[in-house]
Ligand binder design. Structure first.
Ligand code: GLA
Length: 651
């Protein structure tokens, strides 16, 4: 287990560096991430690379056993570069150029910017290739999608479309441009989704989806150039990027293909269980937290300070979900700049206080139990499918306000979590073979290949949960022609004859066991074609007709949830399936107490976290060994506010 911190030596006098490094070492910190915003110090004038200051900082850190992850500093291009090449600045959908003065003021499709990005990356990679303190790289900082509307993007979009469709006839046919007389006779006519008389989102939905894909591709291609340079010069170093959890403007599956592992920036407000699972699922591997919240958030105003024990609980929650490193953001609150009030481990006054002591406790605990966690990773019986294409298509056309992929994802995940059942959140390409239950939030865009894989999964004995608005469109965002739910109708044993976008106007459903739940947003009206009714509507002209269905198909079973039930439903409904399948559940958990587990050769390690300010009772299903206390624990105990327990079970 690695404990680290994000450090900005360029913000402080050199005389302070040894004091910082010593305090870090005493807290158990062994890694810093540095330099990801230091371009103006690393290259104060074009081609004038200044690495001596960073070398001295790394030297001081090394004396205290601390190693470094270097950031390529391209998220904050310096003023001289913007002055010389203002065309690097991105444009909004009204084609206004955005200005210098914050960060991310660059278009990743700009050939000029690409040139400067390659130059600074090459210079840094060359200089630090064999530096003993450097262990790896972070590309840029928090890529956020490059939805830019400049001429360079327009040009690159057309080239990307040309590669994808070959000729304009194919593009016209695929996008259905006969609608509103949009047929293109020259590539130069194809627009970016610039603001039109009817707004930006009134563009052809197929064009919009391709634009979102293109903007993501631009980010991936930009990063790839940096990664290739880093790999060439620094074959011994790892390369990662700091992802943003549930941020959805970049296809993280594509972005991660060029990286050694995923890391991400965790600023939890409630539970971060879901984003941790999404992040682990990107490569199906353990990950780093490259920025972990350690104080209050704040640029110009401030948020609440973490409660005693809360920072430690967040860190252990991350470890439970697969984090192998926790790097706190940031070492010390900055005295200048936009983020003056974003709290570090140390306050402006640099006097070690409560948060420093909490981080140091974590350092001791990592030393104590780190060896036990070595080589362990979460492994679950349930998979939830995650897809950027689905997210984007539903952002473009939400069906009804509030109907988002995220809403479904959160409700399924939370339902499982409340049951004490872990889930792997996986891309739609993932191998589902080993999973007992696969849950699909709306597969609104459904291609035949995915439908065939899901069909086979059920036929071979898998249990599948499918959601409303599945099978509506093909992968080009064009409505499918066959009855809903398209190519999954046979597997699910239903045909959705009609549907009602009820919005906030709620209906209710009743399950066979008499449990009743409110539903809202959407009501599908499925006809049974082999499936059984599992829940029926209670109101409106479709009262009594099926809302949830279940179909025994091949050796497996397929469920269809045709409406959006309130949160409580998911725990109840999934609880029944979990029981039928006898899935592993480790504990009965009160709200706010979570369990995550990591599997290794010597059994499973459960990480229990109480994310509430109250003490909470926990009842385990097996006797366990407490890894902090090195003792067998009773099966019923209390977790203190923000308390953590690490337990080894042999089950
Ligand atoms: C992000 C960034 C950091 C910092 C923090 C706090 O996660 O990566 O550079 O800006 O937010 O604002």
């Amino acid at each position: 287990m690695i404990l680290g911190v994000d450090y900005y030596p360029e913000h402080w006098e050199e005389a302070r560096w040894p004091v910082d490094a010593k305090l870090m070492q005493e807290a158990g910190i062994s890694v810093v991430r540095v330099a990801e915003f230091a371009w103006s110090r690393l290259e104060p004038r074009e081609g004038d690379y200044q690495f001596a200051w960073l070398d001295r900082a790394l030297g001081v850190l090394a004396e205290h056993g601390i190693r470094a992850v270097l950031g390529t500093p391209t998220a904050a291009p310096p003023a001289w570069l913007i002055e010389k090449h203002p065309d690097i600045l991105p444009m909004d959908d009204l084609r206004n150029r955005l200005g210098f003065g914050a960060r991310l003021h660059r278009c990743l499709a700009s050939p000029t910017f690409r040139r400067y990005s390659r130059a600074i990356t090459t210079a840094m990679a060359g200089h630090y290739a064999s530096h003993p303190t450097v262990i790896g790289w972070q590309t840029d900082n928090e890529f956020s999608g490059n939805r830019c509307y400049c001429e360079a993007c327009a040009q690159a979009f057309r080239e990307w479309l040309q590669r994808k469709y070959g000729d304009l006839d194919a593009l016209n046919r695929t996008w259905g441009t006969a609608f509103w007389s949009q047929e293109y006779s020259a590539w130069a006519q194809v627009p970016l989704p610039w603001r039109t008389t009817c707004g930006s989102m009134a563009h052809n939905p197929s064009l919009l989806l391709d634009y979102y894909r293109f903007a993501s591709h631009t980010t991936v291609a930009f990063q790839r150039e940096q990664v290739e340079i880093l790999r060439k010069h620094c074959p011994e170093h790892f390369v990662t990027h700091n992802f943003m959890g549930l941020h959805d403007a970049v296809n993280y599956y594509d972005l991660a293909k060029d990286l050694d592992f995923v890391s991400w920036d965790n600023y939890p407000s409630g539970s971060a269980a879901l984003p941790h699972d999404v992040m682990r699922g990107i490569q199906g591997e353990n990950f780093w937290v490259m920025e972990e919240k350690c104080g209050h958030a704040g640029w110009n105003t401030m948020g609440p300070i973490p409660r005693p024990g809360q920072v430690r609980a967040w860190a252990w929650q991350a470890v439970g979900h697969g984090a192998d490193a926790i790097v706190f953001f940031r070492w010390r609150s900055c005295r200048s700049g936009t983020e003056q009030f974003w709290q570090g481990i140390l306050n402006h006054d640099a006097v070690p206080g409560r948060r420093y002591r909490e981080v140091a406790q974590l350092g001791r605990e990592f030393r104590q139990v780190g060896p036990e966690l070595e080589g362990t990773t979460p492994g679950n019986d349930v998979a939830i499918l995650y897809s950027y294409d689905q997210i984007w298509a539903l952002q473009i056309q939400p069906q009804v306000a509030g109907f988002t992929y995220r809403l479904w994802l959160e409700r399924y995940h939370q339902g499982l979590h409340r049951l004490g059942v872990g889930a792997d959140v996986l891309g739609t390409d993932a191998d589902l073979g080993g999973y007992k239950l696969v849950i699909c939030p709306p597969l609104y865009l459904l291609d035949d290949a995915l439908a065939a894989r899901l069909d086979r999964y059920v036929a071979d004995g898998g249990h599948l949960v499918v959601s409303a608005r599945t099978g509506v469109k093909n992968e080009h965002n064009i409505a499918r022609e066959e009855p809903l739910p398209g190519p999954l109708a046979r597997t699910l044993g239903i045909v959705v004859e009609d549907y009602d976008a009820v919005g906030q106007d709620t209906n209710a459903i009743e399950l066979h066991d008499g449990a009743r739940f409110k539903v809202s947003l959407w009501c599908d009206l499925p006809r049974l074609e082999g499936a059984q009714q599992a829940a029926r509507y209670l109101r409106d002209f479709y009262a009594g007709s099926p809302a949830v269905t279940v179909h025994d198909y091949g050796k497996g079973r397929a469920w269809y949830v045709g409406t959006v039930p309130e949160e409580r439903f998911f725990r109840h409904f999934l609880g029944g399936i979990v029981e039928d399948l006898r899935l592993r559940r480790v504990a009965d958990l009160p709200k706010g107490v979570e369990v995550a587990s990591r599997q290794g050769d010597r059994g499973r390690i459960l990480v229990l976290t109480n994310l509430t300010p109250q003490k909470q009772p926990v009842r385990l299903q097996d006797a366990c060994e407490d890894l902090f206390a090195r003792a067998i624990v009773a099966d019923t105990f209390e977790l203190p506010p923000y308390g953590v327990r690490l337990l080894r079970t042999t089950s």
